[in-house]
Design a protein around this ligand. Structure first.
Ligand SMILES: N[C@@H](CCC(=O)N[C@@H](CS)C(=O)NCC(=O)O)C(=O)O
Length: 208
């Protein structure tokens, strides 16, 4: 059994989606990051940067932090979404999500969605970067079905919950036909719909 310690954020949703896709038995332990529960010493023992998500695999008592590392761990455990044939490409698109797409869209959320009017520089800078990310993903998806090629992989699972915040981004997802096709296709997966509703409150994936 896998225990997912998380909050309801795009990084958290990556893992609930992966667990639903994997059909592994799991339970969710909520970490309230607005009440600073991520800084509690017992949590920091398994999450040295005080971040969600983290998993504990109760079969072998291993814990894993960092969403990309968790996705790789689970994919290797179930033998899905990380084919050896595609692995070099999956690694690149997954690392690109972890190091660039997620952190930049996260900054865009900070300036454009949560704190508008506080920094013109920050708003303009991250709007431009977010728009470029949409363009780059769209270009990639004009050549392939999924980010790492013909197969749906953990690179898509990592990227999807960030694009699902498209209403916050105000970039206009509809303008990007290949990204829209990819987003709609993944949105229709039952496991993705279930995993997206991480807290079981009936949360729906935003439509294009
Ligand atoms: N690179 C990390 C980022 C995790 C992350 O930034 N988590 C945020 C929520 S999405 C968090 O725990 N924030 C609490 C804090 O910064 O105090 C991952 O992908 O797992």
């Amino acid at each position: 059994m896998i225990e997912l310690l998380t909050a309801d954020t795009p990084n958290g949703k990556k893992i609930s989606i992966m667990l639903e896709e994997s059909c592994i038995e799991y339970k969710i332990t909520k970490i309230n990051i607005f009440k600073n529960e991520q800084f509690k010493p017992e949590f920091r023992k398994i999450s040295p940067f005080s971040k969600i998500p983290v998993i504990i695999d109760h079969e072998n008592k291993k814990s894993v932090f960092e969403s990309g590392a968790i996705l790789i761990y689970l994919a290797e455990k179930i033998g899905k979404f990380y084919d050896t044939e595609d692995r070099l490409l999956v690694n690149q698109w997954l690392m690109g999500q972890m190091a660039y797409v997620g952190p930049m869209l996260g900054q865009h959320h900070q300036f454009h969605h949560y704190n508008p009017g506080k920094s013109k520089f920050g708003e303009e800078r991250y709007f431009k970067i977010a728009e470029q990310i949409y363009k780059d993903l769209d270009e990639r998806l004009s050549n392939t079905n999924y980010l790492a090629g013909k197969n749906y992989t953990i690179a898509d699972i990592a990227t999807f919950p960030w694009i699902a915040r498209h209403e916050w981004h105000d970039i206009g997802l509809k303008r990007f036909s290949n990204l829209t096709r990819w987003y709609t296709d993944i949105s229709e997966r039952e496991a993705v719909q279930k995993g997206y509703d991480l807290l079981g409150k009936g949360e729906k994936i935003p439509k294009v």
